[in-house]
Design a protein around this ligand. Structure first.
Ligand code: PEP
Length: 251
């Protein structure tokens, strides 16, 4: 039985004041214990959030980490060991905004994934196709390739301590959501790809859906057999909406 996870990606949003308000709102949400809740603030606010959610069930993640696991001369980056030290449990790896806007390569994605795990962080590997790739019928091939990069470099067992997030690029921040059937098709293919290497790992790995998830769409999405929760961007900046999405994962 996989425990549902709802993860809120705050992206490049927040001031100390708005983050304090959001923490306060989150602490008031009643979410079934069966659902794991994680929030991913920008690096500047991680320490504030770790402190602010202390004593609650909410855990904290980072939106990225450096390709090197340990501290060193790498200006502007944050090492996985530093994220672990400040209290993070998760880290997003290969978010499409980083792959496209910052030209993050598959090689870097693999290195960041490995760096995260070497510091006992749980990587959330983001995969997904663009609209052009979907329209060309390439969705499963693209997602399969993004997954294979990690499997071939690090082996399938790394997914026993990782999460996959399927995030169609065309659905991120656009208000467009994959239908539950479209999402389930890709989630099932991701699980099947992992199962081809290890049935046990495939049965245990949590696969989240991300792309304009709202409370209104969450129940149906999370009701699909291979969707184990969500990675939520815009809607996670509203504590009540995010709380409702978290509750949907427990229904
Ligand atoms: C995301 O950034 O991971 C995301 C899913 O964003 P949104 O929910 O705003 O589409």
């Amino acid at each position: 039985m996989r425990r549902p996870l709802v993860a809120g990606n705050w992206k490049m949003h927040g001031t100390r004041a708005s983050v304090a308000e959001l923490i306060n709102g989150l602490r008031q949400q009643v979410v079934p214990a069966a659902v794991e809740v994680a929030v991913f603030p920008g690096s500047l606010h991680i320490a504030q959030v770790v402190e602010g959610v202390a004593g609650s069930a909410v855990v904290v993640g980072a939106q990225d980490c450096a390709i090197e696991a340990e501290q060193g001369a790498l200006t502007g980056e944050v090492a996985a060991s530093q994220l672990q030290d400040v209290g993070c449990r998760y880290v997003l790896i290969g978010h499409s905004e980083r792959r496209t806007v910052l030209a993050e390569s598959d090689d870097w994605v693999v290195r960041k994934f490995a760096a995260a795990q070497s510091c006992s962080l749980v990587p959330v590997l983001c995969v997904g196709e663009t609209l052009a790739q979907r329209e060309a019928g390439e969705t499963l091939a693209v997602v399969g390739r993004q997954l294979d990069c990690v499997i071939s470099a690090l082996g399938v067992d790394v997914f026993s301590k990782a999460v996959v997030a399927y995030e169609p690029v065309w659905a991120i921040g656009t208000g467009l959501t994959a239908s539950p059937q479209q999402a389930q098709e890709v989630h099932a293919a991701i699980r099947a790809r992992i199962a081809a290497e290890s049935g046990d790992v495939a049965r245990g790995v949590r696969i989240l859906y991300g792309g304009s998830v709202k409370a209104a769409s969450a129940v149906e999405l999370f009701g699909m057999p291979d969707i184990d929760g969500g990675l939520v961007g815009g809607a996670s900046l509203n504590a009540d909406e995010f709380g409702a999405i978290c509750r949907a994962a427990g229904s």
